[in-house]
Design a protein around this ligand. Sequence first.
Ligand code: F6R
Length: 399
Amino acid sequence: MAVVTRGGYRVMDLDGQEFTPQVHTIAWDPVSAVKGEYKHFMQKEIFDQPRAIIDTLGGRIDFENGTVHLPEMNLTPDLVAQINKLFIVACGTSYYAGLVGKYLIETIARLPVEVEYASEFRYYNPIVDNQTAVLAITQSGETADTLAAAEQARSQGATLWAIVNAIGSQSMRLSDGSIPMHAGPEIGVASTKAFTTSLVDLYLLACALGTLRGTISQRDLRRLTDDVTHLPSLVGRVLERDSEYQTLADQYYKARNFLFLGRGINYPIALEGALKLKEISYIHAEGYPAGEMKHGPIALIDEAMPVLAIVTKDALYDKMVSQVQQAKARGGIVIALATEGDEAIRQEADYVIYVPQTPPLLAPVVNVIPLQLLSYHIAVRRGADVDQPRNLAKSVTVE
Ligand code: F6R
């Protein structure tokens, strides 16, 4: 309760006890909440990503020592030693960030991770105790299902962590430790920069946990921290090719269905690409782990079905090329998302989109940008309301 007078204000609890509130300064620039030169907030937010990632990294990496600092996480060696399992709970795009997070944390910190839709976690009686940490990922910090999942985990003794954009939101207040996304205000309903900044936070968390758990050497850590500093410029290079996505959108905006394929750490990016397309353009789209194609979805492929395959250079490259060949053999139209310099892929696909070579653990951040741009241009071409898609809300505060 606050009593505001001409001379100032007094803050009290509901029993009338006065107290000094904790002040959080939100460093959001009001200019970041206007469209400026852009046609839509979503477009602006896509182009804002190099800056957002710089802000996310800001102050978290000590370049001299090559170490990661996450002060709001309150991580101690004792706490980390106590935790033997991590649940990630989230909804929608934040859930897909969680799937990438599992890959990062299990690879770097060797801590077992389960990722659950918050709306499922609440009702399936998960095995949680005081050796479990539960990490909520939420842009708004107010998603009802995510908050309920976190509260349930707290009642079972878990340590609560959150990756959150809205400073001071309920999710942040509820948690024992948090990592702000520092994405700035995200106004377009379809999440873009909150997704990529969550991925960066998850990468930093994996590095911090890996250090405390002793699963990475000082040398590994230095390489991981060096790698991440190149991310803003790699994302910027993808954005420079925006006109190519417009051309691609002109070609495929009438499609009725789309299939997105990826493997390993890029499988969640296929899911996110499909979600972006369906929510803003209303085209039916599915994301699939490419190896699953032969177990069902391959039946859908014909000359009317564009298949976007993430075939960037990593350990699963050859496997992905073979999926592309299978889609082509069934008459599908293949759009390949490939690494610059990969000329061979041109023989396999109908259309190739190039992204710069990126260390595999950071590739999802770079690979999602073309999918955001493609969805955006397709939605614009179809005359859809990009920032306010039908039936959707920015913050889902009801169950
Ligand atoms: C998709 C999208 C939603 C949100 C989801 C969770 O573009 O924006 O799927 O990701 O509603 O919202 P937060 O992250 O605020 O909990």
